[in-house]
Design a protein around this ligand. Structure first.
Ligand SMILES: *[C@@H]1O[C@H](CO)[C@@H](O)[C@H](O)[C@H]1NC(C)=O
Ligand SMILES: *[C@@H]1O[C@H](CO)[C@@H](O)[C@H](O)[C@H]1NC(C)=O
Ligand SMILES: *[C@@H]1O[C@H](CO)[C@@H](O)[C@H](O)[C@H]1NC(C)=O
Length: 199
């Protein structure tokens, strides 16, 4: 009796699993389509522009420095960026302000936390790993970036590899332009963040 009652249910099983397969496939197809649309139209879902100020510690700027050399090759001078081999091998840790305007005194949007190192012996070239922590009523969250920053090129693109808060799971590109360099202890870059995946 029980076996007989069970059999129609068993007959339904393939149908149920096909529905599940269809559902899963449908979801992934929708995901792919979303990504393709985002890529195809090449129009960001969010753009943010700001300036990043990096003031390297040099023993005279104890009050306002925002970055510090943490590793140097054996030939280097302590606390000074060595121009020998274009700084090759130096590593800097930073907590830099991000402002809406060029001026260091303009409104702060957040901070850039991370490190960079000089990775070329023949030209100035950096590799960055950093998180932009934005803390305003409009933007509240973090954006993580990682990649090479070839200083000799006028504009450089760095991948946005993720985010949190308002930037949950985001992806995109940050275009970087050197805005100013003073001596070897201050630089300012303009960062154009273009996000292509927003949730
Ligand atoms: C940082 O402070 C030093 C020493 O007080 C000063 O000479 C320098 O102009 C300051 N830099 C900036 C960008 O404000
Ligand atoms: C973020 O902004 C709020 C409000 O201005 C402030 O109270 C808080 O300390 C800030 N947090 C960070 C991590 O800067
Ligand atoms: C950003 O979000 C955090 C966590 O939700 C909150 O504590 C903080 O006050 C927010 N900051 C601003 C400036 O709204």
């Amino acid at each position: 009796m029980e076996a007989k009652r069970g059999s129609p249910l068993l007959l339904l099983l393939p149908l149920v699993s096909m529905t599940i397969i269809f559902f899963i496939h449908g979801c992934s197809a929708m995901g792919e389509e979303k990504m393709l649309v985002g890529h195809g139209r090449r129009k960001p879902c969010k753009t943010i522009v700001f300036y990043l100020h990096d003031l390297l510690y040099d023993e005279t700027n104890i009050k306002n420095f925002t970055s510090v050399i943490v590793a140097t090759p054996s030939w280097d001078v302590k606390n000074k960026l060595s121009l020998k081999f274009f700084g090759f091998g130096e590593m800097v840790v930073f907590n830099d302000p991000l402002t809406v305007g060029r001026s260091l005194g303009s409104r702060e949007l957040g901070r850039a936390e991370g490190f960079y190192f000089y990775d070329n012996k023949k030209i100035f070239s950096l590799w960055f790993g950093m998180t932009l922590t934005l803390n305003t009523t409009k933007y509240n969250g973090t954006i993580s970036l990682a990649g090479a920053n070839h200083l000799m090129e006028k504009t450089r693109d760095m991948p946005v590899i993720g985010g949190t808060g308002d930037f949950f799971m985001t992806r995109g590109i940050a275009t970087i332009i050197t805005d100013e360099v003073q001596n070897s202890n201050y630089f300012r870059i303009r960062v154009d963040v273009k996000l292509y995946e927003c949730y």
